[in-house]
Unconditional design. Sequence first.
Length: 298
Amino acid sequence: PLSFSAAELVRAAPGPLQPYLRLMRLHQPTGTWLLYLPCTWSIGLAAEPGCFPDWQMLSLFGVGAVLMRGAGCTINDMWDRDYDKKVVRTASRPLAAGDISTFQSLVFLGGQLSLALCVLLCLNYYSIVLGAASLSLVVTYPLMKRITYWPQLVLGLTFNWGALLGWSAIKGSCEWSVCLPLYFAGVMWTLVYDTIYAHQDKKDDIIIGVKSTALQFKEYTKQWLSGFSLAMLLSLCMAGMNCNQTFPYYSAVAAVGAHLAHQIYTLDIDKPEDCWKKFASNRTVGVLLFTGIVLGNL
């Protein structure tokens, strides 16, 4: 039967191309959605009252999200190729499995970043500088698991840069009373979903000596996730109040809160398949909030 899933599309691609598509995780689009959705929130909040978000800008940021997530995964696998060989879940990644060389990955990374630069140059000067400033986070994030038990925090700072960039792309600069609470909410959200994600690998992480919030929080994970979720919801309320959002927006924030509460309550941190399921469900969280922003604006 015909299937249009990302994984099927990658499998249908020509053989020599497949390792590169897997290197940029095109077969696992959840991460791309989680990078893209904070951009959509920001673009939606920046729209004029009574208007839909700028569809051209949403499309441009969509392309940028695919490229930058792909570049981030490529950098991550280049740093971690020796670690990935020792973990069952990551041993089949193209670099760890020897399907492509480090040099080929480097050339491919250059191509992705060049295309991402073309997308960035379509924006205003303020946004070009702001977007370029995120590159240091993209490059250094993969090293954080060697240094700190909080690499998920650095990922949050990296993955939610679009919450700043989306607004500036529409308005020409950031309205910090809106953008900072939105950015902070995104960072808290990343701490929730990526801590859940990290629980998949905690046994391997202990063996190979890398750090994560999953190892830091241990059996207190649910309490920490509850705190991050509460901080996210309060920050979203603050962002909404500072740009005069209406009832549908706050209804969506409440729905996000309910979704996160269900995630955390039913989470089994010792079952990798449940952790993956809960992690992937966060796309629904982002879509709920974007829908509320659009309806609230209208």
